[in-house]
Design a protein. Structure first.
Length: 175
């Protein structure tokens, strides 16, 4: 898998069950709240800082998702909210960045993600994904959703490509 990892030029992922543990809190006004692992967020920042396009493809519609990833350096146009046809959004992301499907990794945890898991260069599922997502995946992270699965894979892929580089001055400039 090391040679496949070094071919990855971009990362994409679902939110609920991948970047979060899948839990959603709802208040009486209908506002939804999610928690994100800070180490996963740092991995997204490392990818952005080291020149990887990063995309979010989620059925979630909360503006807080867009805001969370804006703070990680992901442009608003690379955050696909309310996605009911994830393969179309995945293909749009690839097209806008001049990438082929096989150059892009995708993380998903549930049935709506399976088509993209199969189409991506490397399809990844968290340890606690549904059986269909795990069966479709090229790689199943030892970490569950919202508990470091993004960090674990991003770091592995970026190290394989020699691109897991942290420079304080560059980080301060971007974030």
């Amino acid at each position: 898998m090391a040679s496949e990892l070094s071919q990855i030029k971009a990362f994409t992922f679902d939110i609920d069950g991948v970047m979060t543990d899948g839990g959603i809190l709802c208040d009486l006004q209908g506002n939804l709240y999610r928690t994100f692992d800070a180490k996963d967020g740092f991995a997204v920042r490392m990818a952005v800082m080291n020149g990887y396009p990063v995309g979010v493809i989620t059925g979630g519609r909360s503006g807080s998702i867009r805001e969370r990833f804006r703070s990680c350096g992901v442009p608003a146009e690379d955050v696909y909210l309310g996605s009911s046809d994830k393969i179309t959004d995945f293909d749009d992301f690839c097209s806008r960045h001049g990438l082929r499907r096989e150059e892009v990794a995708f993380f998903g945890d549930d049935i709506p993600d399976v088509e993209v898991i199969l189409a991506a260069g490397i399809g990844i599922a968290p340890a606690d994904a549904v059986p269909q997502a795990k069966a479709a995946a090229d790689y199943v992270s030892p970490c569950p959703g919202g508990k470091g699965c993004i960090r674990e894979f991003f770091e592995k892929a970026m190290k394989a490509a020699g691109r897991w580089n942290y420079e304080t001055a560059e980080y301060k400039k971007i974030f």
